[in-house]
Design a protein around this ligand. Structure first.
Ligand code: SF4
Length: 889
């Protein structure tokens, strides 16, 4: 041995979406961390998407919460935990157990989740614990429970590769679950007869890959799948033996769909009759059909009925639990499934048991030997924050989530927390839109520091392992929850020292008095030693003795549980929401390709911030023209009693009468981009999941007196104008601006943004007072510290090129004032490939100058699309239709 440092490799999992990809994190001698896909992990077999690939960019200490705080002042853990425990105990003593609440997250590891749920339901004696999974998958949970009697995903990822027909409903899989999408695309390349149908009100990049795209009206899904069931019956392809032996409720469901008028389907779905006919024909003729559904189904006031309408078609044809067929929900969060398994929702008990079932309550209470057990469901997320607002809840502990941004009518959530007597926030980021209302801030470990398990969309439990030390005084969430439980008097019941102890207890509870009745059973892990837990390989539940293959449910449809029947649910289409006013649109919301939730992590990564750098509203050209909205101008969007201002992206990908605004922007990176402010609080009656994707809004132009764009070497400390949006760039920041009135002194304004003095040396200034075009640049020792471009219209400066100038040395400010490079500095254009920083202009140049005619050609010429593959569809669009659209210029 020469004593050389051996890079340490740790197998862990990606903390973003529900695909649950395996990641290998490598710590190098210089302390740097790199990540790569784990070729042995069965979720991704080595692939990662752009977000996973950029994980190393997100683990720095900047913005981290490093020690506890009480009322904004540094405290030690003892003080903070004492205060939390005392306040919760006193509140419970004075006002009862339902006066307190936990609001937790699908970002938590299963072990964190288990302890939070045990503390609230078993010891505090309230069911007031809910999770941000309420916003994500609650309708699927309700639909699964209605159909299967338990929250079960009956298939596995391999089914998507073995299917002959994949129907994607309300799922922009290419952007939101990119590795799964890549697996489907790779399978279709090998089997070109495999077909893809995409059902989505928006023509997404996923839809571009479809053999048939159905631009369904928002919430037209129940009508469509009821129509499909009717058609399947009339075509004689139902599986009578399966229905007779394994199901209940078929006759009533059949009568419901037979009572519908197929001629009304186009009006009920917004779809062309021929397209509906083709879709029905394909499903009829294709036994190996998988229907994949996601947030477009769940985030709806009819979400649960949509889930059951889909499942009904699979039950009726017996296309479930066999290779290449079945209904398949894909979860948004990395551990939404783990949270469901431990009972993290207010209407569940642990281990998939039901709160309203006295036998289940007895089982859980007996296992925990707990002093209390609620007999009714607790408050679901929307109701929980209403109870905070009206004072019924007087103390709330928010763990690993940001409800001030993510909940609908978020201004009301903000108001509720502002007035709540006691708010505890556990987070690893110091300043979020939620943490600013905390009386106590508890620093939590983040990805790379956490240690435990997560469950992905195919029921696969994987280890998330630590590979760096905890930052500052950060501690695991399970540790903080157990420490508070001990102080509240339950020391023996929360005396955990390792996550493996918690996991073993969770596993033992799943098998406790189970006798093969509950599919969620991982009792084989109840005796797992610490070493075995450390080395646990990804495994799909059920994990019980004697069960060899849990990959899919088997032909019965109810997996792994003897003698149970599946249930058809008769469901009726909702009345479609419409807008009648001149400037009214139905607003949808969701993810963009390279960002995650409220951007506390992806916002740190320059590569991920380059694809979309500011909040936008996508509008159909007709709607934009009717409202006098121009491309790249600013738009006021009003709804739910509030208003936001975002950039206009005019595109025929959007159906007329609708618009789309991404969910990611917060007050930390924009002045007016929080879409939660304008979303209504209507919820699904069964699941309590808010209908986030179908809100009435009004749009009108925002009359800016001026527009601005800046590049900045350091983050500005104060941004004054009405509109701003900040994004990380490779060597600093980029900032979009607009104001309704002019600053008194533009140079002062520029100096305050750049963080220098107006009299400092190094300024280059161009001002055209007549036209209102002003340009300022400041440099020190030949390096640009900042530049500001002001115009009465949206600023026409190449953003990508300008941001690159922060890295250049020996520049004078004068050269950047031109706003674009010379012939030797071509503008890359808006970023398409985040992995290799390839822009749209570079792709078009490669087509022109190198004769590239395919995605593969572009890959060879520029590398774009050859790493994670998330941008392949966009590259294909540029080649095929020259249709590439990014709002900022
Ligand atoms: Fe992470 Fe991307 Fe895999 Fe999702 S698809 S788990 S975001 S690498």
């Amino acid at each position: 041995m020469d004593g050389a440092f051996k890079a340490e490799k740790t197998k862990t999992t990606c903390p973003y979406c529900g695909v649950g990809c395996g990641v290998i994190a490598t710590r190098h001698a210089d302390g740097l961390v790199t990540v790569e896909g784990d070729p042995e992990h069965p979720a991704n077999f080595g692939r990662l998407c752009s977000k996973g690939f950029a994980l190393a960019e997100t683990i720095g200490l900047e913005d981290r919460l490093l020690y506890p705080e009480i009322n904004g002042a540094r405290a030690d853990w003892e003080q903070a935990l004492d205060l939390v425990a005392d306040t919760f105990s006193r509140t419970i003593a004075d006002h009862g157990p339902n006066s307190v609440a936990f609001y937790v997250s699908g970002q938590l590891l299963t072990e964190d989740y288990y302890v939070a749920n045990k503390l609230m339901k078993g010891f505090i004696g309230s069911a007031n614990i809910d999770t941000n999974s309420r916003l994500c998958m609650a309708s699927t949970v309700a639909g699964h429970n209605r159909a299967f009697g338990e929250d079960i995903v009956p298939g596995c990822y391999e089914d998507l590769e073995r299917a002959d027909l994949i129907v994607l409903v309300g799922s922009n899989l290419a952007w939101c679950h990119p590795v799964l999408f890549q697996r489907i695309m790779a399978a279709r390349e090998k089997r070109p007869n495999m077909r893809l149908v995409v059902i989505d009100p928006r023509r997404t990049v996923t839809a571009d890959a479809a053999d048939l795209y159905l631009p369904i009206a928002a919430d037209g899904d129940v009508a469509l799948f009821n129509g499909l069931l009717r058609h399947l019956y009339l075509e004689g392809v139902l599986d009578s033996a399966y229905i007779a032996q394994h199901s209940t409720g078929f006759q009533e469901t059949l009568e419901t769909v037979l009572a519908t008028d197929p001629l009304l389907l186009p009006a009920q779905t917004g779809l062309d009759a021929d397209a509906i006919g083709l879709f029905f024909k394909w499903v009829t003729k294709t036994e190996k059909t998988v229907t994949v559904f996601s947030q477009g189904v769940n985030q709806s006031t009819s979400g649960t009925d949509k889930v059951n309408a889909i499942i009904n078609t699979h039950l009726a044809t017996g296309r479930i639990g066999k290779p290449g067929m079945g209904p398949f929900s894909v979860t948004g969060q990395p551990n939404a499934m783990g949270g469901r398994e431990v009972g993290g929702l207010a209407n569940q008990l642990a281990a998939h048991m039901k709160i309203e079932d006295p036998v289940h309550r007895q089982i859980v209470q007996g296992f925990w030997k707990s002093p209390a057990m609620p007999e009714v469901a607790g408050l679901k997320a929307l109701d929980m924050f209403r109870a905070v607002a009206d004072g019924r809840i007087k103390a709330i502990w928010i763990v690993a989530t940001n409800p001030v941004d993510s909940l609908p009518k978020s201004w009301a959530v903000e108001e509720a927390l502002r007035n709540c007597p006691f708010v505890v926030v556990s987070d690893n980021i110091r300043i979020t839109d939620t943490s600013r209302y905390a009386h106590v801030l508890l620093p939590a470990t983040g990805w790379g520091e956490k240690d435990g398990t997560v469950t992905n969309s195919e029921r696969r439990i994987s280890r998330q392992r630590a590979f760096v030390a905890a930052a500052g005084e950060a501690r695991h969430d399970w540790w903080a929850l157990a420490a508070v439980a001990k102080r509240m008097g339950w020391g023996d019941d929360f005396d955990y020292t390792t996550p493996s102890e918690i996991y073993r207890e969770h596993a033992a509870l799943s098998g406790f008095q189970n006798q093969g009745q509950r599919a969620f059973d991982i009792s084989l892990h109840a005796e797992l030693g610490d070493l075995a837990y450390d080395h646990l390989q990804p495994v799909q539940w059920t994990v019980r003795a004697g069960l060899l293959d849990a990959s899919r449910s088997g032909s019965v449809g109810v997996p792994f549980v003897a003698d149970k029947k599946v249930a058809f649910m008769p469901v009726v289409p909702p009345k479609l929401k419409t807008c009648c006013c001149f400037d009214g649109l139905m607003m949808n919301t969701g993810r963009v390709r390279d960002h995650w939730h409220t951007m506390t992590r992806t916002g740190k990564a320059p590569t991920l911030s380059s694809h979309y750098a500011e909040p936008f509203v996508a509008l159909h050209p007709d709607d934009a023209s009717r409202s006098g909205i121009l491309e790249a101008s600013l738009v006021s969007v009003a709804g739910a009693g509030d208003e936001i201002i975002v950039r206009a992206l005019i595109t025929d990908r959007q159906s007329p009468g609708s618009c789309f605004i991404p969910m990611h922007w917060t007050d930390q990176l924009s002045s007016t981009g929080r879409v939660g402010r304008i979303i209504d609080c209507e919820a699904d009656p069964y699941s309590g999941q808010p209908g986030l994707k179908n809100t009435r809004v009004k749009v009108r132009p925002f009359k800016a007196a001026w527009y601005g764009f800046a590049i900045l070497a350091t983050k500005p400390t104060f941004i004054e104008p009405r509109y701003w949006a900040l994004a990380r760039a490779e060597h600093g920041w980029r900032l979009e601006l607009a104001g309704d009135k002019q600053p008194l002194d533009w140079l002062n304004f520029a100096a305050s943004l750049i963080g220098t003095e107006r009299n400092a040396p190094g300024w280059s200034v161009y001002m055209d007072r007549g036209q209102g075009h002003h340009r300022f640049a400041h440099s020190v020792d030949g390096r640009i510290t900042g530049a500001l471009f002001i115009s009465p219209e949206p600023v026409m400066v190449s953003r990508t090129w300008a941001a690159l100038q922060l890295a250049e040395v020996s520049k004078t400010g004068c050269s950047i004032l031109a706003g674009r490079g010379g012939a030797d500095q071509p503008d890359p254009g808006p970023t398409v490939c985040a992995c290799f920083s390839v822009g749209a202009n570079q792709i078009m140049a490669a087509m022109r100058e190198k004769g590239c005619q395919s995605v593969e050609d572009i890959g060879i010429a520029l590398g774009a699309g050859t790493n994670c593959g998330s941008c392949k569809t966009e590259i294909r669009n540029i080649i095929d239709r020259e249709d590439f659209h990014i709002p900022s210029l």
